[in-house]
Design a protein around this ligand. Structure first.
Ligand SMILES: Nc1nc2c(ncn2[C@@H]2O[C@H](COP(=O)(O)OP(=O)(O)OP(=O)(O)O)[C@@H](O)[C@H]2O)c(=O)[nH]1
Length: 483
């Protein structure tokens, strides 16, 4: 199929421009505890094509040579190794029921046999089973007339209609449960990892001294919890150096673990810095399907616009109509113009056009969404490489930030994802999403130890303000189950 010609980008109406602050700018860091208030779920306006304005200049933009188009089917999406929460990771027990499921044809009534071949069977009436009759039948209880409640003359109001009745008080709607703080949500998300770890650590150290065997067992427990060999050894070395041969409680072990994990994470817990001498500062967002790219872009755009920066969004996920619509909705919510093109268009061309538009508009930040792709699909990764290359034509340093979203509910595969996206797209920062789900927190530690890439934010929900700066100590305490 010939590659569809890039079409004119759409622009969703922009918000009034603001004057940028001098560079560099640190993305606002919210207080460590977010008030436990529940913002009302955002009204998602129906996306209307009228919200997008066709650009008259798109055709004039120097387009990069159109590259091969590799549409990916829904079938490809299903191959994604990453589970898509909020549903929890499949347990080993899952799928067991499938063996019991009958094929449709087994359940369908049998086809009547051709009358020419088999005569219909003559059915014998089955013998009637007699039911034992209870010797004594208890008499039906007669309904006892309930006395009409007498309205108390001393308290409350009464209504006089057919009779005098207590006035029905309007029922108060139950107060909605206050939303848990982001920290609580993260803690809950990490609870399973933390519980398993704590249980296993307690199992190792029940009535045992710290010796070679217990250290080996502890190392195995930590590796099984995805923390990685490096961090596991840090914990065991630290314990061995101070407590070898002594009785150790699991609480002490967890405290040492929290301290060591914090040491690994502290260097990567960095705020996102934007260099506004670049106009715009280009953020390219990459990652495997369903890891939360588009949602993270929306949350980030909200943070930036709230901080007074002008943001433009580019719907570089040209494979999925829903992704383009999703980004447009985020654009409306955050009052950020969205550059989009039609489904199947060249993503690199769109990125290039968006960069030009953002320059013209004097936007502070351009955030480019990309299609989710499996890290092992070479042609899709080549397309991502092309997006990076094309952006570099307009500014050799662009994209200035390449953010990869990593789904925290993914296990060891996440390490591989980062490795490959880093090589192909030059990832220089991470966002760990879905830490409010059944996160496997250990993997974040392993990624930090191996890749040493800044973790700018964590995603702790699907709402607009569920993007938190990453805190090494809070994460370490949560995963180690230390108060
Ligand atoms: N619980 C939770 N859900 C999240 C979070 N971030 C994203 N999601 C959800 O994860 C799902 C996938 O998010 P998207 O933003 O569409 O992911 P994507 O990477 O853009 O997906 P593709 O376009 O398919 O590549 C959506 O249902 C999001 O609401 C998070 O931090 N916590």
């Amino acid at each position: 199929m010939p590659p569809p010609a890039p079409s004119e980008p759409d622009i969703v109406p922009s918000r009034p421009e603001r004057q940028p602050e001098p560079a560099p700018v640190e993305v606002p860091t919210p207080p460590s505890e977010v008030p436990a208030e529940t913002p009302a779920p955002p009204e998602i306006p129906p996306s209307s094509p009228s919200s997008a304005q066709p650009s008259s200049e798109a055709g004039a933009a120097p387009h990069p040579p159109a590259g091969p188009f590799f549409p990916h089917s829904d079938g490809e999406k299903e191959e994604v190794p990453t589970p898509t929460p909020p549903s929890p990771r499949p347990s080993r027990a899952e799928g067991k029921g499938e063996g019991r499921r009958q094929p449709a044809q087994d359940l369908a009534p049998a086809e009547p046999a051709s009358s020419a071949e088999i005569s219909p069977p003559i059915r014998q009436p089955s013998p009637v089973e007699t039911q034992p009759i209870p010797a004594e039948v208890a008499p039906e209880p007669q309904p006892v007339p309930q006395p009409t409640p007498k309205p108390s003359s001393s308290a409350g109001k009464v209504t006089v209609a057919k009779k005098v009745e207590p006035k029905a008080e309007p029922q108060k709607a139950p107060e909605p449960a206050p939303r848990r703080s982001w920290f609580q949500r993260m803690r809950d998300g990490l609870a399973r990892s933390s519980r398993e770890l704590s249980g296993n650590i307690a199992g190792v150290f029940t009535k045992r001294k710290l010796d070679g065997d217990t250290l080996q067992d502890l190392e195995d427990v930590l590796i099984r919890a995805d923390l990685g060999v490096e961090t596991a050894l840090r914990v065991t070395d630290s314990l061995a150096s101070s407590r070898y041969g002594k009785d150790v409680s699991d609480t002490e072990v967890r405290a040492v673990m929290a301290a060591e994990v914090e040491k690994v994470l502290t260097p990567v817990a960095k705020p996102l810095e934007l260099d506004l001498s670049h106009k715009p500062h280009v953020i390219l967002v990459v990652g495997v399907n369903g890891t939360g790219k588009t949602t993270t872009i929306g949350k980030l755009a909200a943070k930036l616009t709230e901080g007074g920066l002008s943001v433009m969004l580019a719907a570089g996920d040209t494979f999925r109509a829903a992704a383009i619509e999703q980004l447009k909705i985020w654009g409306e919510r955050t009052k950020s113009p969205v550059i989009a093109t039609k489904l199947g268009a060249d993503a690199a061309g769109l990125a290039y056009d968006a960069f030009e538009k953002a320059k013209e508009a004097g936007s502070d930040v351009l955030i480019i969404d990309t299609a989710g792709r499996l890290q092992n699909k070479t042609e899709l990764m080549a397309e991502l490489e092309k997006i990076v290359r094309v952006l570099g034509k307009l500014d050799p340093e662009a994209p200035h930030t390449v953010l990869q979203t990593v789904d925290a509910t993914t296990g060891q595969n996440a390490l591989n994802q980062v490795e490959i996206f880093r090589n192909v797209a030059g990832v220089n920062g991470l966002v760990m999403t879905k830490l409010d789900g059944t996160a496997r927190g250990g993997i974040l530690v392993a990624i930090a130890a191996k890749h040493r890439l800044p973790v700018y934010f964590i995603g702790v929900g699907e709402q607009v303000d569920d993007l938190e700066p990453f805190s090494a100590s809070e994460f370490a305490r949560a995963i180690a189950g230390v108060a």
